[in-house]
Structures are given as structure tokens and as C-alpha cells.
Design a protein around this ligand. Structure first.
Ligand code: PGA
Length: 249
């Protein structure tokens, strides 16, 4: 039985004051009445606020939105997995579609980032998804296979210490979502790919859905057998909406 997981991705939003308020409301609202695990991936500069806003006994955990593939040294502007672990992060997003498209991150470096995260005790949330053009030309499954196989082909990746997220790029921030049935098909496809490599990991790995998840569509999505929770962008900036989504997982 996989425990559902809901992770907020704040992207490059917030201010010192807003971040403090949001974290405070969330740390009260995410209580033992919520059955899923909950995390928020905040901008690097607010990790400090997050660390102190979230008490040790809080059920809310924190993470980052990207990480360096390198351990330490002359890499101006980068933040290492070791630093994130030092801050008490549990999660780090790897290969979010905005990193892949805007910052041109490729599978090869994303696998290195996944390894760096795992080596330092963080759980990487490795994101995959097809663009609108891929979707329209019926390429969804081949694109997803390429992104997932990059990870599966690296023997050093621990497939039992990993979360996967399926986020159709055309659904991110657009208000469009894959239908629950359509998303379920892709999740099964991803799980089957993992199964070829490692049966135990395939049963265990949580596969999140992301792309315009809101309180009113969360229940139907999370009700699908292979959708183990969500990666939430816009709605995670609104405490009431985010808590409501968590209640549905
Ligand atoms: P969205 O973003 O919920 O605003 O569509 C999801 C994501 O980018 O992770």
C-alpha cells in the first residue's frame, strides 16, 4: 500500500512576509487528520524561513525545486544536495518541465542530479511529461519512455528511494488537466517501465500527477489506482486550496 503524497511547487513566487504566513497556516492545517504525506518545495532563499516555520513535530516537510549535480566547489550560483540536506530538506524536484524547456536541462544531467540527491539522503521527485505538440501528434508514450528510461538505464539510481511525477506540459498552469482515465493510463505505463527493471520498486514507487490540480478535480484524479498523489503548482500558493487538495489524497 503506497501512502499518498502531495507536494506543493511554489516556483519563483512569494516574499519573505507571504512565505512566513503561508507556511504558518499550512503547518497548522496539515495535521493528523490528513492521511497523505505533504511537502512544499520553496525557492532556495526561503528555505531558512521554511525550516523555522515548520516545527520538528510538524507533518509538513520541505524541499527545493532543483539541485546541482555537483557536490561542492567552484560552481557559481549552484546549490548542492548536501546543502539542502543540511537545511533539513526531504525532497527535491528534478527535471520539472520548466527546467527542461526554459533551462534546457537534459536527461543526462537530470540523472546526475537524481544521484546527487539520493547520495545525500534526499528523495528526488523526477518529473516527466509530454508537450502539447507531443500530445497532439500521439507521441506521449514515446516521450515519457525516453525520460523514464534515462533513469532506469542508470544502475546506480536507487529505484526504491524515488518519487516520479507525470506532468503533461500542456496542463501546467493552463487550467487544462488530463482526464483521470487518461492520466491513469500514463501512470500504468510508467509503473510498467519500472517493473521491467525492478518489480519491488514498481510496486513501491509513488507516481504523482501534476498539471492544474485543484480542489474540485483532485478527488477524481487521486481516485485512480496508480495516481499516488499530486504535484501542485498554482493551487499550492493558496493555503485553503492546498489543504483541501491534501484532504482528498
Ligand atoms: P500547476 O503547476 O498546478 O500550476 O499546473 C504544476 C507544476 O508545475 O508542478
Amino acid at each position: 500500500m503506497r501512502q499518498p503524497l502531495v507536494v506543493g511547487n511554489w516556483k519563483m513566487n512569494g516574499s519573505l512576509a507571504k512565505t512566513g504566513d503561508l507556511l504558518h497556516t499550512l503547518s497548522v492545517g496539515i495535521n493528523d487528520k490528513i492521511a497523505c504525506e505533504v511537502g512544499v518545495c520553496v525557492p532556495f532563499v526561503y528555505l531558512n524561513v521554511a525550516k523555522f516555520a515548520v516545527s520538528d513535530d510538524s507533518l509538513l516537510t520541505i524541499g527545493a525545486q532543483t539541485v546541482s549535480e555537483y557536490d561542492a566547489g567552484a560552481y557559481t550560483g549552484e546549490v548542492s544536495a548536501r546543502m539542502l540536506a543540511d537545511f533539513g530538506c526531504s525532497w527535491v524536484l528534478v527535471g520539472h518541465s520548466e527546467r527542461r524547456t526554459i533551462f534546457n536541462e537534459k536527461n543526462k544531467e537530470l540523472v546526475k542530479k537524481t544521484l546527487a540527491a539520493q547520495k545525500n539522503g534526499l528523495t528526488p521527485i523526477y518529473c516527466v511529461g509530454e508537450t502539447e505538440a507531443d500530445y497532439k501528434s500521439g507521441e506521449t508514450f514515446s516521450v515519457i519512455a525516453e525520460q523514464i528510461n534515462a533513469l532506469l538505464n542508470c544502475d546506480e539510481v536507487d529505484l526504491t528511494q524515488l518519487v516520479l511525477a507525470y506532468e503533461p506540459v500542456w496542463a501546467i498552469g493552463t487550467g487544462l488537466t488530463a482526464s483521470p482515465e487518461e492520466a491513469q493510463k500514463v501512470h500504468v505505463f510508467i509503473r510498467d517501465l519500472v517493473k521491467v527493471k525492478n518489480v519491488e520498486a514498481a510496486v513501491k514507487v509513488r507516481i504523482l500527477y501534476g498539471g492544474s490540480v485543484k480542489p474540485d478535480n483532485a478527488l477524481a484524479l487521486f481516485g485512480q489506482e496508480d495516481i499516488d498523489g499530486g504535484l501542485i503548482g498554482g493551487a499550492s500558493l493558496d493555503a485553503k486550496a492546498f489543504i483541501s487538495i491534501c484532504q482528498k489524497a
